[in-house]
Every structure is written in structure tokens, then in C-alpha cells.
Write a protein of this length. Structure first.
Length: 318
């Protein structure tokens, strides 16, 4: 399922490399996701939230925000669609009900990104603000945080094991955060530099546009405007793999439900304006689907111990 600034959502069969359905919208589509095997949802720059029937190509309007719909999440535990908007609100939707909008929750800032794991919803907003909610109790956020990164948040993804989340910034950094507010858990959070390259002694830095956790192994992938995708093990703070560079920036990636494939969307992201477009010589727009293997698996540490005869030194190498 692919949404685009060309005002469409397209549904593809990866096995046959065939477009199965196309849904036209009135403005750029900023977010889309699956509800189940036959229904998807879209959030649009024209403020609309829509249900898409993948078998009949029917589009049903669920309702409107007061500004662009920037993010969608589906809370499977409570069978509810959640939309976030630049109008500084979250709205909950039940597409099966006569009146689809269930509730409306105001926020202090515009919503940029959202992700959910189990019943925990993480909302990234302007001004580097984060709210963490239990979707069963939306009267107030369970936690309110400020980003651990100094610059604007560009991406967000929740860990598959429900322990925390990762964020990426425009300044080529990733932060790893944990939900548990205890001092012991918060001591484990950290940030690191990535999607950078030294070219002729100049440090080039690219935004981290998108993050995705592997649904089985809980490692995660990051992709940026440098056109690269990296796989990380956040537990041991190590990069496991970097795939060959793509022809343009990468605005979006996603694993399939069993983690055997990774979809990579490639297109110019206007980080350098019109000049950057000219430099690229046009636009490169494509969706690549690659099979993933052992590079996404957690590598168990192993140790070698070397002991001299007189025990002058003992050292271990992980």
C-alpha cells in the first residue's frame, strides 16, 4: 500500500508485481495503512480521513479534521482508527458505526508522527514534544516528554516488544527511548549519529526520514535522504547491515507482517529545494521490495578468554 503527493493511494500485489487497486484523492495523501486484509485508510492534505475498500475500490469518507491529516495508526486491541492532524488534535474512528468519529482529543501542538504498540500510542508533535497514551484511557497522557534529540523529529517507530520506541531527526541522529519511567530504565536510553558521510573532509548530514522495527527480531531499519537503509540492533548498539545505496532519498520503509520482506520507497524529498531536484537530473520514484535474511536477526554475544600461563592478564573479546 503506497500513498503519494500525486494524490493517489495504490495497492500492489508484491508476488505478481501488479497494481491491484488505485484510489484517487483531491490532494496529497500524507498517510495510509491497512485496517485488515480488505480495508485500508488514508489521511489527506485536504483534511479528510477515508476508508478504502481494497476489493471494490470504493472510497468512504469517515470525517474531517480542521487541517491536514499528517498521521494514522490502527489500534487493533480496540479495533479503532486513530488520526493525528496539524489542527493539534487526535481523533478516534469506528468505521462500522453510523457516526464514525468516536472521540476528539486536543493537543498542545501539531501532530507530525504517531505509532502504536499494543495499547501504547506515541505521538510526536511540533516543538519536539511527545505524548505517550494508553488508548483505553485518553483523558490525559500517561507521560509527557521532550525529544532527547536537539532538532526537529522526522521519524518515529515503536519497538515490537512494546518496551519503547526510536526517533530520528533532521540532523542525522537516532534516539532510543524506553516507556518505563523508572531511573533504571531511563538510564538505558541513548542517541547516536547516522546517515552521515565525510566527503572531501566535509561532514555531510542527512535527515533520518523513516524507521521500522522488525516484527519478529525487534531490530530496526532506518532510511534517510542519503539514499541508504541500515539495520540496527539497539540492544548492543551496533549496525548489522547497510544495503547498497538507492538512486534517491528514501521517505518511507516498512516490513511486512512476518518480517521476510522490506519495502523501500524512493523519491526526491525536497531537502535541497528546486536546486536539489536539478542536481538529481529529474526525479526517481520507485518502490523496491527486497527479501531480508539473517542480517535482521539479533546476534548473540560470544566470548573468547585468553589466559597466560602466569596469569599476567585476562581479557575478553565480545
Amino acid at each position: 500500500l503506497v500513498s503519494s503527493w500525486d494524490t493517489t493511494v495504490r495497492f500492489y500485489d508484491v508476488a505478481t508485481n501488479e497494481q491491484k487497486a488505485k484510489f484517487d484523492h483531491r490532494a496529497a495523501v500524507l498517510s495510509c495503512l491497512f485496517g485488515d486484509s480488505t480495508h485500508a485508510y488514508s489521511g489527506c492534505l485536504d483534511t479528510g480521513v477515508r476508508e478504502l475498500d481494497l476489493s471494490t475500490e470504493k472510497v468512504t469518507s469517515l470525517g474531517q479534521h480542521a487541517n491536514a491529516v499528517s498521521a494514522l495508526s490502527y489500534a487493533r486491541e480496540i479495533n479503532t482508527l486513530i488520526s493525528g492532524s496539524w489542527d493539534q488534535s487526535l481523533r478516534f474512528w469506528d468505521p462500522r458505526a453510523p457516526k464514525a468519529e468516536v472521540s476528539n482529543h486536543m493537543l498542545p501542538e501539531r501532530v507530525y508522527h504517531m505509532d502504536i504498540v499494543n495499547n501504547t500510542l506515541v505521538v510526536s508533535m511540533a516543538s519536539r514534544l511527545f505524548h505517550i497514551y494508553d488508548v483505553r484511557r485518553m483523558s490525559e497522557p500517561a507521560q509527557t516528554r521532550e525529544s532527547s534529540l536537539k532538532f526537529m523529529t522526522r521519524s518515529l517507530a515503536c519497538m515490537a516488544d512494546g518496551q519503547g520506541y526510536a526517533i530520528g531527526s533532521v540532523e542525522g541522529r537516532i534516539g532510543v527511548e524506553y516507556f518505563d519511567p523508572s531511573p533504571e530504565a531511563q538510564e538505558k536510553k541513548y542517541a547516536f549519529k547516522c546517515h552521515r558521510q565525510n566527503i572531501e573532509e566535509v561532514d555531510h548530514v542527512w535527515p533520518v526520514n523513516t524507521l521500522a522495527f522488525h516484527p519478529v527480531h525487534n531490530t530496526f531499519a532506518s532510511a534517510g535522504s542519503d539514499g541508504t537503509v541500515s539495520i540496527w540492533d539497539h540492544k548492543v548498539k551496533k549496525r548489522l547491515r547497510q544495503y547498497p545505496k538507492y538512486a534517491s532519498a528514501i521517505p518511507s520503509i516498512a516490513f511486512n507482517c512476518d518480517g521476510t520482506r522490506l519495502a523501500v520507497g524512493v523519491s526526491y524529498t525536497w531537502d535541497e529545494g528546486e536546486e536539489g531536484l536539478k542536481k538529481e537530473g529529474g526525479t526517481t520514484r520507485a518502490v523496491w521490495v527486497r527479501k531480508v535474511g539473517d542480517e535482521v536477526k539479533v546476534r548473540e554475544p560470544f566470548f573468547f578468554c585468553c589466559v597466560s600461563a602466569c596469569i599476567d592478564a585476562i581479557f575478553c573479546v565480545a
